[in-house]
Design a protein around this ligand. Structure first.
Ligand SMILES: [Zn+2]
Ligand SMILES: [Zn+2]
Length: 346
């Protein structure tokens, strides 16, 4: 199948229009016409080889929302016309304990990334969602509820699930106190989910200008972090704090806000290791953990939850020609809150 999209031909070069062929439809595959593709910061890291050697030409994009256009002979999960989403991986070993538990993102043999990755045949270069069409195995896609706007759904497939999974795993809900550090593409999803789950939710942000948005999205409290003294004034009663920030930072003032057995979950990926203040962990049996996207079962659970609570990402829809500018603006956090490419215009 021929696909038209945008690609990086060489590390750190701008994205350019690119026509390429996708694999033929296998019996378990569905083809989709992509409606919207979100721009994730990790697209930029990979396009610029900031995470190590990458594969080029690279069509980035792992926040994909579209409509099924054809199905392979063994497909039972979807039919033509269905609205489906594809996220950060398109395959996994399907046999290890993680895959069998529906946690394909933690596949012990390594998940197959949606792009910048060879498929499990070891030779087909996977190309991502900045394109007009896509092919995926039915087991690695999820249904999108009818009431949700597809543009706002696209970022749910990475940014959304990245926050939904830890909130569920650590039991966010009524009676729990949750903190979200950073109100960007990731953080605003954490806030919406945490509020919808019924947890008391506090946003920690260095920009006072975001308070109004945060309140609108359901924040009970908003703490400006540019003055660290503000943090030390707060009660130390948080059950869970999610850190979506990838910049280097001191975790200690946040660890101190956790109650007995509270957990700080790291979601952002800073370049340098953190320094851990051990006595602060010991003092209240606090934990630091990490969390990475979510499995397909959980992605479906999240999309159903979004359908029920009418939750989508806040997006700025852009044309393909704007991708390079959108990259620059994503780097400088100048977006409310996620760029989404109108894939009908490729
Ligand atoms: Zn992503
Ligand atoms: Zn596996």
């Amino acid at each position: 199948m021929q696909s038209k999209g945008y690609a990086v031909l060489e590390a750190s070069k701008p994205l350019v229009p690119f026509t390429f062929s996708r694999r033929d439809l296998r019996p378990g595959d569905v083809a989709l016409s992509v409606s919207y593709a979100g721009i994730c910061h990790s697209d930029i890291h990979q396009a610029r080889e900031e995470w190590g050697p990458a594969l080029f030409p690279m069509v980035p994009g792992h926040e994909i929302a579209g409509i099924v256009t054809s199905v392979g002979s063994n497909v039972t999960k979807f039919k033509i016309g269905d609205r489906i989403g594809v996220g950060v991986f398109i395959d996994s070993c399907r046999e290890c304990s993680s895959c069998k538990s529906g946690l394909e993102q933690y596949c012990l043999q390594g998940m197959t990334g949606t792009y910048n990755n060879y498929e499990r045949d070891g030779k087909t270069l996977a190309q991502g969602g900045y394109a007009d069409s896509f092919i995926v195995d039915q087991d690695y896609a999820a249904s999108i509820p009818d009431n949700l706007d597809l543009a706002g759904v696209a970022p749910l497939l990475c940014a959304g699930i990245t926050l939904f999974s830890p909130l569920k795993n650590w039991g966010a809900g009524p009676g729990k106190k949750v903190g979200v550090i950073g109100l960007g593409g990731l953080g605003h999803m954490g806030l919406k989910f945490s509020a919808a789950l019924g947890a008391h939710t506090t946003v920690f942000s260095h920009s006072p200008s975001k308070e109004q948005d945060a309140r609108k999205m359901g924040a009970n409290d908003f703490v400006v972090t540019s003055n660290p003294k503000e943090l030390s004034k707060l009660d130390r009663d948080f059950d869970l704090i999610l850190n979506t920030v990838s910049a280097d930072m001191d975790l200690t003032p946040y660890l101190q806000l956790l109650k007995l057995d509270g957990t700080l979950v790291l979601i952002g990926l800073p370049i340098n290791p953190y320094t851990i203040n051990t006595p602060v962990l010991l003092a209240q049996r606090r934990s630091i953990s990490g969390s990475m996207i979510g499995g397909i079962k959980e992605v479906q659970e999240m999309l159903d939850f979004c359908g029920k609570h009418n939750i989508v990402s806040e997006v700025e829809v852009v044309d393909p020609e704007y991708i390079n500018q959108a990259y620059e603006r994503t780097i400088s956090s100048d977006v409310k809150y996620r760029f989404v490419i109108d894939a009908k215009k490729f």
